[in-house]
Ligand binder design. Structure first.
Ligand SMILES: [Zn+2]
Length: 288
């Protein structure tokens, strides 16, 4: 079925239009759009990693939500902007402008359906800028639209205590955390016997890069032939399950607070893209 990792009762396209039109409290219902990619992740992982992780983590978080927290997921955007990996077969990339149009137009559709809270849950490190641009554009078009672009793996989780200092600083792609999460979410697709570490040399200009990450634009081929940027070799399924559970706990809490957040409407003499319809209230109000 189409819902994949999303619990079916939280999958918006399983509702009819009449059911969606009748949903209570649409303005506070959180719509989650997982954003993934189809791109090479080294010889040991499938190309679907970012789409699997975005859907898998958000699906687990939605499973944990109490019924009174209103939230639904849309189908994952499985294609993303993966141009930094296009030298490897299996990478299927959109251009930035195509992805920008796609998420902006989906955002418009979410707003048109009466929803006012949208989360872009991003699983791919090559496209946060595009999602941030789409979120800002939607906010400018609609004075009362709360659009949150955020990296799926960027909430507190167990991976920080599992990995080495070098991994923390320099891992960017197909390293320990992604490999562990894939062992938890789609173990049949992981080939640990092919896993090998590959780190870029620390960037030599300290002023431009305090942590040693490349400060110049790069493609994955710049760091060697394997496509890996990090050390996946010590990842285990148990670690992946621990990351999945702690990360989805964090997301369940974030979704709960996003549902409770209130947009305070105020009337000001503004117009068009400058239209200001309200602001986010400083303190959260308990969800009704
Ligand atoms: Zn990835």
């Amino acid at each position: 079925m189409l819902h994949g990792y999303i619990p079916p009762h939280r999958f918006l396209p399983y509702l009819s239009w009449t059911e969606i039109a009748a949903l209570p409290d649409r303005e506070n219902t959180v719509i989650v759009l997982p954003c993934g990619a189809i791109e090479q992740h080294g010889p040991h992982l499938p190309c679907s990693v970012d789409s699997v992780i975005a859907s898998g983590v958000m699906g687990r978080a939605l499973e944990k939500l109490p019924a009174e927290v209103r939230a639904f997921a849309l189908p994952t955007i499985t294609y993303g902007k993966s141009e930094e990996h296009l030298h490897f077969p299996g990478t299927m990339t959109l251009t930035g402008t195509t992805l920008l149009s796609t998420v902006t137009e989906i955002g418009e559709s979410v707003y048109r359906a009466g929803f006012r809270k949208l989360l872009f849950a991003n699983g791919h490190g090559g496209q946060p800028q595009v999602l941030e641009m789409a979120a800002r554009e939607l906010r400018l078009r609609h004075g009362d639209f709360v659009v949150v672009p955020h990296g799926v793996s960027r909430l507190p989780n167990a991976s920080s205590k599992q990995i080495s200092e070098q991994e923390k600083r320099l891992s960017m792609h197909a390293g320990h955390s992604e490999t562990a999460l894939m062992l938890a979410l789609a173990p049949d697709t992981v080939r640990m016997e092919r896993a090998a570490a590959n780190f870029p040399p620390p960037f030599p200009i300290k002023l431009l890069s305090a942590d040693g990450r490349p400060a110049c634009a790069w493609t994955a081929r710049d760091f060697g032939p394997s496509g890996v940027i990090g050390d996946p070799t010590s990842a285990t399924r148990e670690q992946g399950i621990e990351i999945l559970e702690t990360l989805s706990d964090s997301w369940a809490q974030a979704l709960t607070e996003l549902h409770a957040l209130r947009w305070v409407v105020r009337d000001e003499p503004t117009w068009e893209r400058g239209h200001q319809q309200g602001f986010i209230q400083q303190s959260f109000v308990a969800a009704a």
